[in-house]
Design a protein. Structure first.
Length: 392
């Protein structure tokens, strides 16, 4: 009997070793066909280099800034009554990059990753995405206003494109893993078929030694009774544990339903608020159109009046200019005549002085050469003092 049991156990051990080697070969093939290495190779972190910023004209920049401001205001209105959350973004504002060193002016930190709680992501998904969009638009507006470029928006779109590529890579990886699982299932079915054949052989062997095992079954009957009680107690314990877990799952299900109802209510409130806001904006636009028509009419009348005044003032200025030119010409003519008269008087004055000097020189010459003499001056009445002085 003992020898039969030993032979049976050795047969089971040989079968287990054979199955183990078979499964090892199957898993080795699955490991060789996995795409973990390819997935990691296609998702290596590349160094993100900022592209050269595109420059825009002043008109394009001002128009884009106005559009960004309007979008930011609308996003702020939508999220006014929502809980405040921080944007999951590590972009630097333009002022921060401006005061850094030239070699370290990066748009964002490549190594830093913002960690967000899963609960916040689930409950405030709309608010988080709205805040991120508002933050990106503000950075783009400031960068466009200061540097005349949209480098921030370009880099953000590049990051989003990279995320989409990573999702596609994960989807392809999931498909390949699914194919690997199908292959493993086929291998498991083959193994099950092989196991059934082996079990059939072992059943035939066990039937041959069933008589020898009857005595052993009687000896182990008591032990099996105790083990049965133990298994029943264990089954009852597991049943209670499963019921408790089922209660927890049901509670989570009720909580999820309550959250869904709350989200539905919030969605309806948002839709109602948006419709009311749109109606208000349409009314404001109509009022603005009416006011703009009135203002444009008033401005047109004012422009016509200004043009009339301008033409009158221009005629007046032309008349004054003609008067000024006529008077300036008369003054210039008078100044020319006056200048000529002054020059003539000056010329006569110098001619008289020169004539006197020549006459005096000529008289002196005639006296020195004794060709004549000075004329004797006549005595004048009441002027003897002058004659006395000459005699002395």
């Amino acid at each position: 009997m003992a020898e039969s049991i030993i032979s049976v156990m050795s047969g089971f051990r040989a079968i287990d070793l054979e199955r183990l080697s078979y499964f090892e070969s199957v898993f080795q093939r699955a490991k060789e066909t996995t795409i973990d290495g390819d997935f990691l190779a296609t998702n290596e972190q590349e160094e993100i280099r900022p592209e050269e910023p595109s420059r825009y004209t002043d008109f394009e920049r001002i128009a884009a800034v106005g559009i960004f401001n309007e979008a930011i205001d609308k996003l702020a209105i939508i999220g006014a009554d929502k809980p405040k959350v921080k944007p999951n973004c590590n972009f630097h504002p333009p002022k921060v990059r401006y005061y850094e060193k030239i070699r370290s002016r990066k748009l964002f930190d490549i190594d830093s990753t913002a960690v967000v709680d899963d609960g916040i992501i689930r409950t405030n998904k709309f608010q988080r995405e709205r805040t991120l969009l508002e933050y990106i638009l503000k950075l783009t507006r400031d960068e466009l206003f200061e540097n005349s470029s949209i480098e921030c928006l370009t880099q953000y779109l590049n990051l989003e494109e990279k995320k989409i590529k990573e999702e596609h890579a994960i989807c392809s990886t999931y498909g390949q893993y699914s194919r690997t699982i199908d292959a493993l299932k086929s291998v498991a079915e083959e193994s099950e078929h092989h196991t059934k054949s082996v079990l059939k052989e072992q059943t035939e062997l066990s039937n041959s030694i069933e008589g020898e095992l009857q005595e052993s079954m009687f000896l182990y009957g008591i032990k099996l009774g105790y083990s049965r009680k133990w298994h029943e107690a264990r089954l009852e314990q597991n049943t209670m544990k499963i019921q408790k877990e089922e209660g927890i799952v049901n509670g989570q299900l009720e909580e999820a339903r309550a959250k869904m109802l709350n989200e539905d209510k919030i969605h309806k409130d948002i839709v109602l608020y948006l419709s009311m806001s749109i109606m208000k904006l349409n009314k404001d636009i109509e009022n603005w159109k009416k006011r703009s028509e009135v203002d444009l009419t008033a401005k047109d009348n004012e422009i016509i009046e200004i043009r009339t005044k301008k033409s009158d003032e221009a005629d007046k200025m032309r008349s004054m200019l003609r008067t000024y030119m006529r008077r300036r010409n008369s003054i210039n003519d008078y100044l020319e005549v006056k200048r000529a008269r002054l020059l003539a008087e000056e010329q006569r004055k110098w001619e008289m002085i020169a004539a006197r000097r020549i006459q005096a020189w000529w008289r002196g010459t005639m006296v020195r050469w004794k060709l004549g003499e000075y004329a004797v001056k006549k005595k004048k009445k009441g002027k003897d003092k002058g004659n006395r002085k000459r005699k002395k």
